[in-house]
Write a protein that binds this ligand. Structure first.
Ligand SMILES: CC(=O)SCCNC(=O)CCNC(=O)[C@H](O)C(C)(C)COP(=O)(O)OP(=O)(O)OC[C@H]1O[C@@H](n2cnc3c(N)ncnc32)[C@H](O)[C@@H]1OP(=O)(O)O
Ligand SMILES: O=C([O-])CC(=O)C(=O)O
Length: 458
């Protein structure tokens, strides 16, 4: 099949040549699923019972999702997420009395291992504020340079390019990595918001760029930079602050944090490790699920006539599970979790916000649909997978909350990254300080050995 000269417009075309090569690929790349059982492959690094293979120790965060009884038998339990041994929900409730710096308090706790004093938290916020500035012309020279199709990719490019502005980028001493981590924690909201503004501009809207304000928290700055008039309400800032706390970490094994561990273990620089974690977080089975849930719900709204009828909802969800509806992936987004069983504690906090906001904003009909998708989706999945417990995850209600607060959907996954950079940083420091080995598991090759065949004999 002849190759075509690539012109700008043909760049994305799937040509007959590409189709032909894809068929060639299919001939030689099938692996019989039985072989995974024969070799006892820990697919997804999971044990037979679905729990993760133990690959490390951490002091940063812990998930409790099972009850272990005396004879070691385990049963599903309501989930609890601990940051440095403290239930993350208490950071949310604790901050209600103190204003809007719960995320900064959580980041401090994750990084340094203890709750900050009032003075300690203040100094930490002052330090973050001092770092919250991108290099001169960064917006013009880096962020505006290519059309921001997906903010996660634009942020990632920004993170990788910050390497070039750092006088000591490859130094992985703990002091230097801590300095870089604090700068990234500070600048992540700026990267996210400037990428968003550049995207709006690329779509024909007016451009406005607001500089972050030193006296504002991470959540407040995010909102301050969002709108032309810089205005935001107390409720918005408070809800966003809570969302940031809940997204800050989820243990060492979640896909993006583990990616960060893998990449960090090679001895690479902070910018490369965090950019790799961003690649993982973007995926729709991980952090990207929050915007996927919104697209899925829009699709369900169109295809299910009576949102209050669980049977109609169930029929459509069944089609989705059969890969016959929505994105044909077979997934119901926002449902299920690799670790949590009966409940994801973070989803429970979002649920409370959703109920309150839906009532306030007159969105009761949509809330009913969400609740039906949750109940029917759980029922169908548990029956198909023979499970006796399954939870909605953090991504199920978060997007609905953000939407009711007027946040644009493109920013949902970037918001996750704005929070998770604190957990990634704490785990990277831990990986470096523990002198961990290069992470290098094994892949068994199931291809037969054969001789090289000269061209004229093929
Ligand atoms: C921040 C976060 O990352 S939270 C997760 C966000 N992701 C989503 O919401 C996407 C939808 N959910 C999923 O894809 C899954 O539940 C995951 C990826 C989160 C976890 O998957 P697993 O670790 O495989 O969970 P578990 O072992 O309980 O799953 C058992 C089977 O049920 C399937 N399953 C689990 N959840 C779902 C779902 N929501 N829709 C369809 N199938 C599902 C799994 O794919 C798996 O199938 P397999 O045995 O053929 O591999
Ligand atoms: O732990 C996981 O697998 C995914 C998750 O919920 C997170 O990273 O917050």
């Amino acid at each position: 099949m002849p190759w075509k000269v690539v012109t700008e417009n043909a760049y994305c075309e799937i040509t007959p040549a590409i189709r032909g090569l894809k068929q060639q690929w299919e001939k030689n790349n099938y692996i019989n699923p039985q072989l995974y059982r024969d070799y006892d492959v820990k697919r997804g690094l999971r044990n037979e019972d679905g729990r993760g293979v133990l690959t490390g120790l951490t002091r940063v965060a812990e998930i409790e999702a099972y009850k272990v009884s005396g004879n070691e038998s385990v049963s599903p339990a309501d989930g609890i997420l601990y940051y440095r041994g403290i239930d993350c929900r208490t950071l949310v409730t604790g901050s209600e009395q103190r204003g809007r710096f719960a995320f900064e308090e959580a980041a401090y706790l994750l990084l340094f291992g203890s709750l900050p004093t009032r003075q300690g938290l203040n100094d930490f916020c002052v330090q973050l504020a001092a770092y919250r500035t991108l290099p001169k012309n960064f917006f013009k020279d880096v962020i505006m340079k290519a059309p921001p199709r997906d903010l996660m990719n634009t942020m990632q490019r920004g993170i990788l390019t910050l390497f070039c502005y750092d006088d000591d980028p490859n130094n992985i001493s703990l002091e230097n990595v801590l300095r870089q981590s604090l700068q990234l924690i500070s600048n992540m909201p700026v990267l996210a918001m400037y990428a968003y503004q550049a995207r709006r501009y690329s779509l024909g809207e007016s451009l406005f760029i607001h500089a972050p304000q030193p006296e504002l928290s991470t959540a407040e700055n995010f909102l301050y930079m969002l709108r032309e008039d810089c205005k935001f309400t107390d409720l918005e800032a408070r809800a966003l602050d809570v969302a940031l706390v809940l997204h800050a970490d989820n243990g060492g094994g979640n896909n993006s944090t583990f990616t960060n561990h893998v990449v960090t273990s090679s001895g690479t620089d902070t910018y490369s490790a965090i950019a790799a974690a961003m690649s993982s977080l973007k995926g729709p089975r991980h952090g990207g699920a929050n915007s996927k849930v919104m697209q899925m719900m829009e699709d369900i709204k169109v295809h299910v006539k009576d949102w209050n009828d669980p049977d109609q909802v169930a029929i459509y969800l069944d089609k989705m599970l059969d890969k016959q509806a929505f994105d044909n992936s077979g997934l119901i987004y926002g449902l299920g979790h690799a670790v949590y069983t009966r409940s994801d504690p973070r989803c429970e906090v979002f649920r409370e916000y959703v109920v309150e906001l839906a009532e306030e904003k007159g969105r009761g009909a949509e809330l009913a649909l969400y609740q039906n998708v949750e109940a029917e989706g759980k029922r169908l999945l548990m029956a198909r997978r023979h499970k006796d417990a399954l939870s909605t995850n953090i991504d199920f209600y978060s997007g609905f909350v953000y939407e009711m607060l007027g946040l644009p959907q493109e920013l949902y996954t970037p918001l996750f990254a704005v929070a998770r950079i604190s957990g990634w940083s704490a785990h990277r420091m831990e990986e470096l300080s523990e002198g961990g080995k290069l992470i290098r598991p094994r892949y068994e090759c199931v291809e037969a050995h054969r001789e090289y065949v000269p061209m004229e004999q093929r």
